[in-house]
Design a protein around this ligand. Structure first.
Ligand code: BGC
Length: 818
């Protein structure tokens, strides 16, 4: 401990110590002016730095590719570069700590938050997290790896108990966190919302103290997820340093009293305080007394990095030679995601991007508009399209819109996410009402759908008529982090060109866990058969059709899981119709994970582009045109059917959870480990992706001189680019225990390397395996064990293409500490 921290801790009163163990507001920990201690500020995370304030609006920020897209790059150097660039972004929002990365494991294909997480595999997740954190912290900004642990689905996430056995925890779910602590020395960890085997992770002593601090020697802080702390002495004693957000609910005076009564010892309190002071010293917030000011820094170098990363994330899943695009023929650009840039997922990871390039814009830039024709074909939204336009907002300091407004504000869209300071502090953020008045002028006549959903009560009136009522019969649904209703939709016949008055009334209601008030309202005109027919017509008349389908951040979002992995709306029908109309149909998919693809046999190419950030359309065009080699590889197995997924079960307790429990019955057999075990051939395997260049690997060499003594092995291989294009590929090394005495996966990824080779170039690489690469966790003995006997090493370019193999063996067993 530094002298300064020691001396500060000695000078602090009990109240001052307690004050820095809770947030002051949503995004900061209070200053202590008497001791010259500045305020510590945090920001979400992970695909940018949103800054303070609400989840929507806010000062603009750079929007980077989401977690699963980074997972698909398999490129640790690139992810480290992104970490460093994100540090600039955090600084532009005058924060010190980024609430990222998210490393929960893709257990179920329907988890709403998979887009934010890297992979189904712990080593791939861990290596990328280490790179991200190293880049970020290298620039003096703290990481907060999250959510520790067992937050693999969003359903009832604030109360659900994830029932996970210790072996699965140690071998799968804890691994990215362990690597972040041991290899990247992360300065922050965020506990999850859920319980782990019955106990909230925010008060789980085994997790926060025994595993994290004793086993792994962690030196940073643990903060709760927002409103995820539920007790005073229990959380402090278990190892939770910081309760977020503020103002304190479980701490403050309650913690002062707990220390006075002896429920929390001075020694424990001091440990928490010192951890916080150490963090403040590391990030420089101890001495940060600047006036708070956030800026939007739209930097050219960030633009270039985001475009490069977005293109590198794209995974080419099928190509019958249609890509890269050739010649000068006409192209029909079709689909709901063609002119709408899907750049990020939903929830706390969302931010106000500097700009959003749609695929249409990217293609126009790359190929010129003359060759392109457009038709949306159908829609894919979950909620009616957000109503945008000028709204006046009258705020009332009561929940019944009674009397005179106490504040009048303005906003430019029909949605709000009110947290913290509302109406310039003139209303209690959890007890107020508001009336928004604006207008809507339809482009087309017809029966419009008017939708609203709210964490609160809400109604929409059009020209004085109540059209959507989410007030009278409000029911809890799957919006706003499970605090909101489902969308209520009413219909109204409207005429093109006529301006209608829109009035939205809102009032707060009690909340279950998260203190928030929010709503979103939209108006849409359904696209019908005529829209599909029009898309078919332009596809038939074009040389090539590219269909941009997928989901968006309404589906791939924190706070709710997906109802299935079918493409929403009529998109499957659209793809099938286009493929029938044009034999040269290419599909570009943007989702946070797999979808079922009934049309896969009838399209000539398929590119998975995820949510690649603000440069989305340019990055996608770079790959389609061949300016950039597709070098993304799947970080998650794409099953043929949802039913093949490990978490899919008739037993509700296995997924989505039942009576407060979700049982991880498959244990260590998640992702490809599951498909291997059951001999299932997925649609596209883990680690798979095509390129335009072609590669061969050979000359496998194994140096096992230290295997018996140390458990380490060095594996050499040569990689050749056998094509006439420069390109990149990912060499993957999997280990199998040939005669395991406990059940073990058929193979497990233990090392990988992304490399770029010029046309015709050959390179020799070495991958190093440490003893843990061969070990499994023996729960009864509480240690890792490398068994005697032989192990097979398999090397290749995807989990299903491992042409090289060798065996190593050992005579003795090796026990490794936790
Ligand atoms: C999320 C966290 C996030 C926090 C603050 C929570 O709802 O689970 O990942 O950092 O909110 O926005």
């Amino acid at each position: 401990m530094s002298d300064r921290i020691e001396s500060l801790a000695e000078q602090m009163t009990l109240e001052e110590k307690v004050s820095i163990l809770s947030g002051e507001d949503f995004w900061s920990v209070p200053a202590i002016p008497r001791l010259g201690i500045g305020k510590l500020r945090v920001t979400d995370g992970p695909n940018g730095a949103r800054g303070g304030g609400s989840l929507i609006g806010g000062v603009k920020s750079a929007s980077f590719p989401v977690g699963i897209a980074l997972g698909a790059t398999w490129n640790v150097d690139l992810v480290k570069e992104i970490g460093a660039a994100l540090a600039d972004e955090v600084k532009s929002k005058q924060a010190h700590m980024l609430l990222a990365p998210t490393v929960n494991i893709h257990r179920s294909v329907t988890n709403g938050r998979n887009f934010e997480c890297y992979s189904e595999d712990p080593i791939l997740s861990g290596e990328l997290a280490v790179a991200y954190i190293t880049g970020l912290q290298g620039e003096g900004i703290a990481a907060t790896i999250k959510h520790f642990v067992g937050n693999e689905s969003e359903i009832e996430r604030t109360t659900m108990s994830s029932e996970i056995d210790e072996r699965a925890l140690r071998e799968i779910y804890l691994v990215p966190f362990e690597m972040a602590v041991k290899k990247a020395e992360t300065w922050g960890v965020m506990s999850s919302y859920n319980r782990l085997n019955g106990t909230f992770t925010s008060e789980h002593e085994w997790l926060l103290t025994d595993v994290l601090r004793k086993d792994w020697n962690y030196q940073g802080i643990v903060m709760s997820d927002w409103f995820g702390s539920h007790s005073t002495a229990e959380t402090v004693n278990a190892g939770l340093d910081l309760e977020m957000p503020g103002p304190p609910r479980d701490r403050g005076q309650k913690l002062v009293d707990a220390v006075k009564s002896g429920a929390v010892s001075e020694a424990i309190l001091n440990q928490r305080v010192i951890a916080m002071l150490r963090l403040m010293q590391r990030v420089g917030s101890l001495d940060d007394h600047r006036e708070f000011k956030e800026v939007a820094n739209d930097r050219p170098e960030h633009r270039a990095l985001i475009r490069r990363a977005g293109a590198e994330a794209a995974v080419l899943l099928k190509n019958n030679g249609a890509l890269p695009l050739k010649g000068h023929g006409s192209i029909a650009v079709i689909g709901p995601n063609a002119k709408v840039a899907q750049i990020m997922g939903g929830g706390s990871a969302q931010l106000n991007a500097h700009y959003r390039i749609s695929p249409w814009q990217g293609l126009v830039e790359a190929l010129g508009e003359e060759r392109l024709r457009y038709a949306p074909g159908c829609t894919n939204h979950r909620f009616e399209p957000l109503l945008r336009g000028a709204f006046t907002v009258e705020y009332f300091a009561n929940e019944t819109l009674a009397g005179e407004p106490v504040h009048i504000g303005a906003q430019d869209e029909a949605q709000a996410f009110w947290i913290g300071n509302v109406a310039e502090g003139k209303v209690d953020p959890l007890h107020f009402s508001a009336r928004l008045t604006g207008s809507f002028t339809p482009d087309t006549s017809g029966e419009h759908r008017v939708g609203i959903y709210a964490a609160g009560f809400a109604k929409v009136f059009i020209d004085g008529q109540l059209v959507a009522d989410d007030w009278t019969n409000w029911t809890k649904g799957r919006t706003f982090f499970e605090e909101g209703s489902d969308e209520v939709v009413g219909t109204m016949q409207m005429e093109a060109g006529r301006t209608y008055e829109v009035v939205i009334e809102f009032a707060t209601k009690g909340f279950a866990t998260l203190g928030l008030a929010a709503f979103a309202a939209g108006i849409g005109l359904p696209l019908g058969n005529a829209a599909i027919a029009e898309a078919v017509r332009i596809a038939r008349n074009a040389d090539t059709a590219i269909v941009f389908v997928g989901r968006n951040g309404e589906w791939d979002t924190e706070g709710s899981d997906l109802p299935s992995i079918d493409l929403p709306g009529r998109q499957n029908e659209l793809v099938a119709a286009i493929a029938q109309a044009n034999p040269n149909t290419i599909v570009v998919l943007q989702t946070g994970g797999p979808v079922e693809m009934p049309w896969i046999g009838s399209v000539v190419a398929l590119l998975q582009a995820w949510y690649p950030g603000q440069e989305a359309g340019n990055a996608i065009a770079d790959v389609l045109t061949g300016t950039v080699e597709p070098s993304g590889r799947l970080p998650q197995t794409f099953p043929t059917r949802w039913a093949d997924n490990p978490a899919h079960s008739q037993d509700r307790e296995v997924y989505p959870g039942h009576e407060g429990k979700v049982r991880y019955e498959e244990g260590i057999f998640v992702g490809y480990r599951h498909y291997d075990k059951h001999g299932m051939t997925p649609q596209f395997p883990f680690g798979f992706g095509l390129g335009y260049a072609s590669f061969e690997i050979g000359d496998l060499t194994v140096d096992d001189a230290e295997f018996e003594a140390e458990g380490t092995v060095m594996v050499g291989v040569t990689v050749s680019n056998t094509s006439h294009r420069d390109g990149a590929t990912v060499v993957q090394l999997y280990v199998s225990d040939d005669a395991a005495s406990d059940p073990r996966p058929e193979k497990e990824l233990k090392a990988f390397r992304k490399l770029t080779l010029r046309a015709g170039e050959t390179r020799q690489i070495t991958l190093t395996l440490d003893a843990r690469a061969f070990a499994y966790y023996r729960t009864k003995a509480e240690h890792w064990l490398v068994e005697d006997g032989s192990f097979t090493l398999r090397v290749g370019l995807s989990s299903a293409d491992l042409p090289l193999s060798a065996q190593v063996s050992r005579k003795t067993t090796l026990m490794l500490p936790v």
